[in-house]
Design a protein around this ligand. Structure first.
Ligand code: ATP
Length: 254
């Protein structure tokens, strides 16, 4: 079976600096795949490239079997519909209620009736574990954790095959962050999603991901389960797992 996502030899130059110099990785259908690494190593840039928001200078990216280098705008639109995205901060429309935010992709990309759209939106809101009384609230009336859930409900509105999460736990307290971890695992199981998550959050990486690509030195310096990466002696991985914060979240060591 073809991978859900395949990157081969991706090279990216930004503002005269080489950010990626030969990134190779494959994401399998149905897995939660983490992308981690130090600040500035190009994680978000890689995400944008997979989402067709930015083009690499060289290399090949295949999403759901489609080669992004050979896409016209029509095919890109069709492919984007198969990808849900939750950007850092949620990026909800502040002037729209939760229900209207979740309904928006359905209004833009389907020919469903308003009643069907509302019903489907309510299903996604329930799947994201938002209390029913939040549907008519505006994002500013919600806690950070509930705003993330609303953003997640919107990201799954069109039943995507791939779900991209950019720093989902950023800004959340530890309890809200671990509740979100559970929700991500629940969505993966319920919707058979392939999930790509860019994060610094070691708890999330240990508890939610199946495999992780650790970026560094403009390449993938480690690829495997967190347990496999933790055993690696690669100098680019050692500080990540054996620094004080890294050590504190090793399962079974708390
Ligand atoms: N449009 C741009 N022009 C020039 N440099 C850029 C541009 N966008 C990002 N960069 C630089 O490219 C590098 C990679 O940025 P990117 O945001 O992908 O890193 P990151 O790993 O996601 O970082 P963080 O973990 O801090 O979010 C950084 O050094 C950043 O300053």
């Amino acid at each position: 079976m073809l991978p859900a996502i395949e990157l081969t030899g991706v090279r990216t130059r930004l503002g005269g600096t080489l950010i990626h110099d030969g990134i190779d990785l494959a994401v399998w259908h149905g897995e939660v795949f983490g992308i981690a690494g130090p600040s500035g190593c190009g994680k978000s840039t890689l995400l944008k490239e997979m989402l067709m928001l930015q083009r690499p200078d060289a290399g090949r990216i295949r999403i759901l079997g489609v080669d992004l280098m050979e896409l016209d705008e029509g095919k890109a639109q069709a492919l984007r519909r198969r990808c849900g995205v939750m950007f850092q901060g949620g990026a909800l429309f502040t002037g729209l209620t939760v229900l209207e935010n979740v309904a928006l992709p359905l209004r833009e990309h389907t020919t469903l009736s308003p009643r069907e759209i509302e019903e489907l939106s309510r299903i996604k809101i329930a799947l994201a574990d938002l209390p029913p009384d939040t549907v008519h609230k505006y994002p500013r009336e919600l806690s950070g954790g509930l705003r993330k859930r609303a953003a997640l409900a919107r990201a799954i509105a069109l039943d995507p095959e791939l779900l991209f999460l950019d720093e989902p736990s950023a800004g959340l307290d530890p309890l809200a962050a671990s509740a979100l971890d559970e929700l991500i695992l629940g969505l993966k199981a319920a919707l058979k999603l392939t999930i790509i998550v860019v994060t610094h959050d070691l708890d999330l990486l240990w508890h939610v991901t199946d495999r992780v690509a650790m970026l560094g030195e403009r390449r993938v310096v480690g690829l495997g389960t967190m347990a496999e990466l933790a055993r690696s002696t690669h100098p680019g991985l050692w500080p990540y797992f054996h620094g004080p914060r890294g050590r504190a979240v090793w399962p079974g060591e708390n």
